[in-house]
Design a protein around this ligand. Structure first.
Ligand code: XMP
Length: 514
């Protein structure tokens, strides 16, 4: 690897991924590794600096996660401990940590004690920060000084000579407004990073790597879904191996309005991919007949997809590789206290396929976040229209049609969804929401149209704002906008006489209804 590296040792904090994102935003490459990652491996990888994440434990608990004893003597690069990370290094180096009377959670004001501290360089003397901890450092290790406090509590420590720093608060969260500056000071001033992590350099390196990996006579298979990750992955691999990559795009009959036709054309004509379009709608409808249970629907769709994909992939000569758009958050999950730190989720769509067909995996985005993949897509010339698309679930409209799925219901829902999305785009609201869609409810309601009574279907509109889909707020779309969408739906889509708007957030609701 030719670029700078920061390693983040994960002690199980819910914010560990955020630390990585913040660092990448500063154009420094970093990776999250579990706290028990071997010391030798760490040294081999020659990081420019190491960060200890926070974590849910107390350092004085018997089985609290820790680093090897020789860690601090062997690692010669700067260390920054955050929250639990600070308590750990303070305790390990001879200090003392004790429980606070009560858990401190929320905003706090800290006072910087030493304006020459490099970690606070260029920052005001009083800072608003975000705290989330139950313990604090009560005795500093030898050679350390406190650089800030909040009331009686020491909120940061450092040993400038050894380049070991600790902050009790969380600089990585947006509730610490100047947190990014603290990380910048650590990376650039203290670790000496230059910020050489750019999408351009990633693309070049990755294309070369893929070229080296794949032999001249081997072919690559890629499952396209119409979404951002698989599209960007396919375009990147195409740059490396050209038409030796065969993409398979399956229509399961559960996509959005005319999505299969338009996306397929787009793949062929605009992105010049070698793509096989397979319209398997009827097979999926047949398999879904009479099925109402959401989880059974998911399973049936997943199995059917694999069956069809495998059938098509077997037609490709010398297929040895499978491209997947797996992202970093899928690869690394926060350290569980039971120690199973790195969980690799198999892509729900092609789960089990690589083993069955004896395919090796190419996952160019295993270490990337979604926003980085979008930037790479831009770098590769993929239009915004694809890159800014809302996420769409693998089982498609099947989990948005409550109850049994039929082709008629799919058609109806596609029309409703199209109007909603069209209006969102027209009014400039599309990019402001994470996801927006319509749901067909399994009920009918009474209405009146002209002089006639109607007894028709009800659809729900759902729009949410979210950072990663893990939590979400219902989107506060303007009333006049909702009114316009509702009247268009009721007048243009025969069979619908009522539109409702979903005002539930996640948790406790989920984004999809099924
Ligand atoms: P939930 O409904 O769990 O959704 O709040 C969170 C995000 O995941 C998407 N989703 C799925 N994606 N297969 C997928 O590929 C699925 O079975 C599935 N279920 C939900 C959902 O659209 C949202 O972005």
């Amino acid at each position: 690897m030719s670029h700078e590296l920061i390693l983040i040792l994960d002690f199980g904090s819910q914010y560990t991924q955020l630390i990585a994102r913040r660092i990448r935003e500063l154009k420094v490459y970093c990776e999250i590794v579990p706290f028990y990652y071997g010391l030798e491996q760490i040294l081999e990888r020659r990081p420019k600096g190491i960060i200890f994440s926070g974590g849910p434990n107390s350092v004085y608990e018997g089985d609290a996660p820790k680093v090897e004893e020789s860690f601090y003597f062997s690692v010669k690069v700067p260390i920054l401990g955050i929250c639990y990370g600070m308590q750990l290094l303070a305790r390990d180096l001879g200090g003392e940590v004790a429980p606070s009377d009560k858990r401190e959670y929320g905003h706090a004001e800290i006072k910087v004690l030493d304006s020459s501290s490099r970690i606070f360089s260029g920052l005001p003397q009083e800072l608003r920060v975000w705290m989330s901890h139950g313990d604090h450092v009560v005795k500093l290790p030898n050679g350390f000084q406190a650089t800030s406090t909040s009331g009686e509590i020491v909120t940061s420590i450092e040993n400038e000579k050894k380049k070991i720093y600790g902050v009790q608060f969380h600089p990585e969260v947006s509730h610490t407004p100047l947190g990014q500056e603290i990380l910048r000071n650590f990376l650039f001033d203290i670790c000496g990073c230059k910020g050489d992590w750019t999408t351009g350099s990633f693309v070049e390196e990755e294309i070369e790597k893929i070229r080296q990996m794949i032999a001249e006579d081997e072919s690559v298979v890629c499952a396209l879904s119409g979404g951002v990750d698989s599209t960007v992955a396919a375009v990147l691999v195409h740059k490396a191996v050209g038409d030796r990559q065969v993409c398979i795009f399956v229509n399961n009959g559960l996509l959005r309005y005319k999505e299969f036709e338009t996306t397929l054309r787009f793949y062929e004509e605009k992105l010049h991919l070698n793509v096989v379009g397979v319209d398997a709608s009827e097979e999926f409808y047949e398999a879904l007949k009479g099925v109402e249970d959401p989880e059974r629907k998911r399973k049936i769709i997943g199995h059917k997809f694999i069956e069809i994909f495998e059938r098509e992939a077997r037609k490709i000569k010398n297929a040895r590789w499978l491209v997947q758009g797996t992202l970093y958050p899928d690869v690394i999950e926060s350290v569980s206290l039971r120690g199973a730190s790195v969980t690799i989720k198999t892509h729900h769509n092609v789960g089990g396929l690589p083993e069955k067909m004896n395919l090796k995996l190419i996952e160019p985005f295993r270490e990337l976040f979604k926003d980085e993949v979008r930037r790479i897509g831009k770098e590769l010339g993929i239009p915004e229209e694809i890159l800014k698309r809302h996420p769409f679930p693998g089982p498609g409209l099947a989990v948005r049609i409550l109850g049994e799925v039929t082709p008629e219901k799919v058609k109806l829902l596609q029309k409703v969804d199209k109007i909603f999305i069209e209006e969102l785009k027209k009014s400039g609201l599309y990019d402001s929401v994470w996801q927006a869609f319509a749901v067909l409810l399994p009920i009918q309601s009474v209405g009146v149209m002209g002089d006639f009574r109607t007894y028709d279907r009800v659809v729900a509109l759902r729009a949410v704002s979210s950072i990663d889909g893990m939590t979400a707020d219902w989107a506060k779309l303007p009333h006049d906008f909702l009114q316009k969408v509702s009247s268009r739906i009721i007048s243009e889509v025969k069979g619908v006489n009522r539109v409702v708007y979903d005002i539930s957030s996640k948790p406790p609701s989920t984004i999809e209804w099924e």
